[in-house]
Design a protein around this ligand. Structure first.
Ligand code: PLP
Length: 363
């Protein structure tokens, strides 16, 4: 049983996925195309009602290529202050694309049309031109938060009206999609098309909740995706017999979307277990658990004292202690620990993790 809650990227391919990878028809995706990759690109473009898609090694490369499509050097892009693009991608927008980013302060990565309007400036010799808006859904540092669909639509409408192009960092967009489906009763196929309409480009990861070992994809217009193909090559992202990975992604689209609701249930159970231990020991950074992430803040005096005695952060100390019982979580701040549910951690693993946390605090 896996007790690794550090990320949803740690999953192993299932036997069914390995079988799909093993039997995939292959070609050379740089030379003249790999049939399994082409089929995947067409399939996912259709799902979101976009013209084209391109398979890339990582979400970081997908976002990097997207920003290249949206902005020329010297232009800037708006995103929120905790966006993955802004925090976790080495400022690739700047160091590789020559683009600057301006950030919206907000809670859980979700903002309003007014926030976007406040970022707009008149054309002026002194300013970079602001040309694009990037939205992250679900929002990673926002605790796996899901944008309300109305807000997402309103923000994208405001962007369009103000001549901004729009990018969705949808690394975990399927986690959001199953939540929309549950709460709205609208069919998922219809929801994906609605989301597709809102954005010029969409980046999606197969290696997160969907449980593939490697791979992301960028969706957009045929023109932009053909430019993306050239850009991917110079970034070193042209891969050859990569149908083996596309087959894993294709298998995940068939078999691993529906089950994301299980991950969400497990995360809610974990959050409840943490809450039950009492706010004087731990508390939830975000009281709402929308999808598969739980952010835990260490409030226990005892843990803080022990951590100080070891000259490490309370988050590191806590995770070190947990690891002694085989449970892994990720320190993401001085006092903050992240736990993510996924394909390889089941309900029993969650119960074990809750017990292990209680033991660390009791010790
Ligand atoms: C993981 C992630 C990425 C980047 O994906 P990599 O494949 O790790 O490069 C981008 N955006 C968000 C929101 C993510 O969670």
């Amino acid at each position: 049983m896996s007790l690794d809650f550090r990320s949803d990227t740690v999953t192993r391919p299932t036997p069914g996925m390995l079988e799909a990878m093993n039997s995939a028809p292959l070609g050379d995706d740089v030379l003249d195309g790999d049939p399994t990759v082409i089929a995947l690109e067409n399939r996912i473009a259709d799902m979101f009602g976009k013209e084209a898609a391109i398979f890339v090694p990582s979400g970081t490369m997908s976002n990097l290529i997207a920003i290249f499509l949206h902005c020329r050097p010297g232009e800037d892009m708006i995103c929120d202050e905790n966006a993955h693009i802004f925090i976790y991608e080495q400022a690739g927008y700047a160091q590789i694309n020559g683009v600057s980013v301006r950030t919206i302060p907000c809670e859980r990565g979700i903002y309003t049309p007014d926030n976007v309007k406040n970022m707009l400036r008149n054309a002026n010799l002194h300013f970079p031109d602001t040309v694009a808006l990037a939205v992250e859904n679900t929002h990673n540092r926002g605790g796996g938060s899901v944008w309300p669909l109305e807000e997402l639509t309103a923000v994208c409408d405001t962007a369009r009206k103000n001549h901004l192009t729009t990018h969705l960092d949808g690394a975990r967009i399927f986690n959001a999609a199953v939540v929309y489906e549950e709460t709205s009763g609208v069919k998922r196929s219809e929801l994906l098309k609605r989301i597709g309409c809102l954005f010029d480009t969409i980046s999606i990861c197969f290696s997160k909740g969907l449980g593939s070992p490697v791979g992301s994809i960028l969706l957009g217009s045929a023109d932009w995706i053909s430019k993306a193909r050239r850009r991917r090559k110079v970034l070193g992202g042209g891969m050859r017999q990569v149908g083996v990975l596309a087959a894993a992604a294709d298998y995940a689209l068939d078999n691993h979307i529906e089950r994301l609701t299980e991950d969400h249930k497990n995360a809610k159970r974990l959050a409840q277990g943490v809450e039950d231990l009492g706010a004087d020991l731990l508390r939830l950074k975000y009281t709402q658990t929308d999808t598969n992430m739980v952010f835990i803040e260490i409030t226990s005096d005892k843990i803080r004292t022990c951590a100080a005695g070891n000259s490490i952060s309370p988050a590191e100390y806590f995770c070190g202690k947990l690891r002694e019982s085989g449970v892994q979580m990720l320190p993401v701040g001085e006092h903050t620990v992240r736990a993510v549910t996924h394909l390889d951690v089941d309900t029993a693993a969650v119960e074990k993790a809750i017990k292990a946390i209680a033991n660390v605090l009791d010790d």
